[in-house]
Design a protein around this ligand. Structure first.
Ligand code: PLP
Length: 416
């Protein structure tokens, strides 16, 4: 199908047209089948057309397709907020608001922290990704392509190194950079919040250093700074738990949700400490479509399916299969470009590097094409676009997962 009517500024990883999908498989309009290791970029932890989600959407569509919650509240929104506040694993009472997307959740969180603290400075991290709207662009720790040609971005935002065993940046290095920031660039008392991904997505599936996360939490408490965890990609079971921040042993003040929250229907949320959410004037939060009843129905069905036992089993099965195959490839010397495996749980990246350790971005582009031709959809990540991000549905059938990994193995073998 022609792309002539589509903005050429939308980058398309796989130039095919999809027709339909079922769990971890999709078919294009020519009838070709693909195993889906992209999962709509982390939206489909429950797979394509999960029966519970489909049924909930179908039923809701016969009852109420839309109402602007600001005008008249509706039951699905209220039910979902109750369910979500019980699902967020923190010790404090949770309140929140719904949005249409992840970026919109991040935008609203920035407003919420301004309202709660009276401060404006935000600290984000190298390699971060929080969205493509004007304010979220500036939070991203990557210039190209996001910040190019858009002029001055809303600030003030400063970036620190993101410490992780996956990128070799240590906790001590990140803390040193923090010391420098507050002695050279800005007064700590002007800082409203830190925003951080517990596992970076776009950045290359890097798991945050636990010692740093705990030091950051203490620093925020001492200096009355809010801590926002962006769980848009790492949440809803991706790492084997409800949310990846639990692995860090900390509680964020605000949590951003999106992607797999509603089984494929557009929805996002900002949730967190109740008193923080109430500081903007009435009407300061909301939106015509935010918390649409059909999206809320999809999310309620998603929560029904995401029991802790399921999340643990799904996460560990996928983690076990990927790590087993990866270590076998390393032992066999399958591919000269095979670098580190990054991430945690079922949120795994596989780096491609040249002999001198530099990113093998060209080979990753080649791999994406080879795999697509062979019936496997993959997605790149990392600043240099050299890390394969594996985001197969958590519900993928074990045989389909192995089939996808077989294709990946065959394609890695062919890399020149
Ligand atoms: C961690 C993270 N935050 C925010 C976003 C933005 O979400 P959306 O594309 O729904 O605006 C993304 C999307 O990839 C993401 O991975």
């Amino acid at each position: 199908m022609s792309h002539a009517t589509i903005s050429q500024s939308i980058s398309i990883v796989h130039p095919i047209s999809l027709s339909h999908g079922k769990n971890a498989e999709v078919w294009d309009t020519t009838g070709k089948r693909y195993i889906d290791f992209v999962g709509g970029i982390g939206v489909l932890n429950l797979g394509h057309c999960h029966p519970g989600v489909v049924e909930a959407i179908r039923e809701q569509a016969t009852k109420l397709t839309h109402y602007a919650f600001n005008a008249v509240p509706h039951a699905p929104y209220l039910q979902l907020m109750e369910r979500l506040s019980a699902f967020i694993p923190v010790s404090y009472p949770v309140s929140g608001m719904l949005t249409n997307s992840g970026a919109e959740a991040a935008e609203n969180a920035l407003k919420i922290v301004r309202g709660a603290t009276g401060r404006t400075v935000v600290i984000a991290f190298d390699g971060a990704f929080h969205g493509r709207t004007l304010a979220t662009l500036n939070l991203n720790g990557k210039v190209a392509p996001y910040k190019q040609k858009v002029g001055v971005l809303p600030g003030p935002v400063y970036h620190l190194p993101y410490p992780s065993a996956d990128n070799g940046v240590t906790c001590a290095e990140a803390l040193k950079a923090m010391d420098r920031l507050f002695s050279v660039e800005i007064d700590v008392s002007d800082v409203a919040c830190f925003i951080i991904e517990p596992v970076q997505g776009e950045g290359g599936f890097l798991a945050l250093d636990i010692e740093f996360a705990q030091a950051l939490r203490r620093f925020c408490d001492t200096n009355h700074i809010l801590l926002i965890a962006d769980e848009i990609q790492s949440g809803f079971g991706r790492t084997g738990q409800r949310f990846a921040f639990s692995r860090l042993g900390i509680e964020p003040d605000l949590i951003l949700l999106g992607k797999s929250i509603a089984g494929g229907v557009p929805l996002g949320a900002v949730v967190g400490r109740k008193p923080l959410l109430d500081n903007l004037p009435k009407g300061g939060l909301g939106g015509t479509y935010s918390g649409n009843p059909i999206a809320c129905a999809g999310a309620l069905a998603t929560l029904d399916a995401m029991t802790d036992a399921h999340l643990k089993t799904w996460g560990s099965q996928q983690e076990e299969a990927i790590t087993r195959r990866y270590h076998a490839w390393r032992t066999q010397g399958l591919c000269a470009y095979l670098g580190r495996m990054t991430g945690v749980g079922a949120m795994r990246g596989i780096e491609l590097v040249n002999a001198d350790g530099t990113p093998a971005s060209k080979q990753l582009t080649q791999l994406l094409e080879l795999a697509r031709d062979a019936g496997l959809l993959l997605m790149p990540s990392g600043k240099s676009r050299h890390i394969i991000r594996l985001l197969a549905p958590l519900t993928i059938e074990p045989a389909v997962l192995e089939e996808g990994l077989d294709i990946l193995e065959a394609c890695l073998r062919q890399l020149a």
